[in-house]
Design a protein around this ligand. Structure first.
Ligand SMILES: NC(=O)c1ccc[n+]([C@@H]2O[C@H](COP(=O)([O-])OP(=O)(O)OC[C@H]3O[C@@H](n4cnc5c(N)ncnc54)[C@H](O)[C@@H]3O)[C@@H](O)[C@H]2O)c1
Length: 268
């Protein structure tokens, strides 16, 4: 079997971890390329034997079997539509970008037109299989809480008049819908968007963002209740050693999705 061809959009903490793992994977092996904005400072981190692509024509010429976005909301807007229109499957991590209904509709239209497929990664969160199963429940209530130490939200706390270093009690920074949360915190609330899309949608998914001086890591709590029963899930993620804003597990979640994409046996 010939090596699978994969294009990574972005080459930061998450894409770097993915590349490192795929480069040493055997059977069938992976041939990798990276799509970056022209002049990107990340180019220097890309291993010399991995081609750097500068746009959709170069992506088409590389003829990937899969494209993986690990670059941010801007990249979902700028690069993903063209990849879908080329008929490619695109696995995205920056799911929060989909809170924009117009962008979401454009992506779906591009995928339909070109034959591509938009694949949404579970990222830093788990339990989305359960949420998908109850998404049509008549009495569904779904709420997500992000709890992080004050250092993770220093600028936001200062803007509210709090000193992050002197915070003595938890402060709720935000309480609202997943749509508002994803729009307000594009780098941090991708998981709220993933939950909303797996479940009852952006308006019906509640979100609380809490700064807690007693928190040591990034904790995600999901609570679902419906006529089918209840779910309560807590995940405590370690930050990525390369980018403390991203959880280390995200690259592993994307790698698991790559494995599923190419595997003859799929867990749904
Ligand atoms: N779903 C989740 O649970 C989850 C969790 C964490 C991060 N994320 C997403 O993953 C993204 C990447 O995280 P990271 O820690 O690797 O970030 P990072 O800042 O370490 O790296 C981002 C990379 O993307 C590149 N980039 C930025 N805009 C681009 C564009 N328009 N086109 C091509 N490349 C572009 C940058 O040059 C850099 O190489 C985040 O922005 C976030 O949206 C998702």
């Amino acid at each position: 079997m010939s090596a699978r061809r994969v294009v990574l959009i972005g080459y930061g903490a998450i894409a770097g971890d993915i590349a490192e793992a795929l480069r040493v994977a055997r059977e069938p092996g992976y041939a990798l390329a990276v799509l970056l904005r022209p002049g990107s400072s990340s180019a220097g981190r890309v291993p010399k034997d991995m081609p750097i692509l500068d746009g959709s024509d170069a992506v088409a010429a590389f003829a990937p079997d899969l494209v993986i976005e690990a670059a941010g909301h801007g990249a979902v807007r700028e690069s993903v539509p063209a990849c879908l229109a080329l008929g490619l499957p695109v696995l995205i991590s920056s799911i929060g970008a989909l809170h924009d209904d117009a962008l979401y509709a454009d992506l779906v239209a591009a995928a339909r037109r070109g034959g591509g497929r938009l694949l949404l990664a579970s990222g830093a969160l788990g339990g989305l299989d359960y949420v998908r199963a109850v998404c049509h429940a008549k009495q569904l209530e779904l709420r997500y809480e992000s709890r992080k130490p004050p250092a993770a939200w220093a600028a936001e706390l200062r803007a509210l008049g709090h000193d992050p270093a002197a915070l003595a009690v938890p402060v709720t920074l935000f309480s609202g819908t997943a749509r508002e949360a994803a729009a307000r915190y594009p780098q941090n609330l991708n998981v709220a968007a993933a939950l909303a899309l797996a479940g009852p949608g952006f308006e019906a998914t509640g979100v609380d963002v809490v700064c807690d001086p007693a928190a040591s890591g990034n904790t995600h709590v999901v609570r679902a209740s419906s006529e089918f029963g209840t779910m309560s899930l807590e995940i405590a993620n370690q930050p990525s050693p390369t980018n403390p804003k991203s959880s280390w597990i995200v690259a592993q979640a994307l790698l698991a999705a790559v494995d599923q994409h190419f595997c003859p046996v799929v867990m749904m």
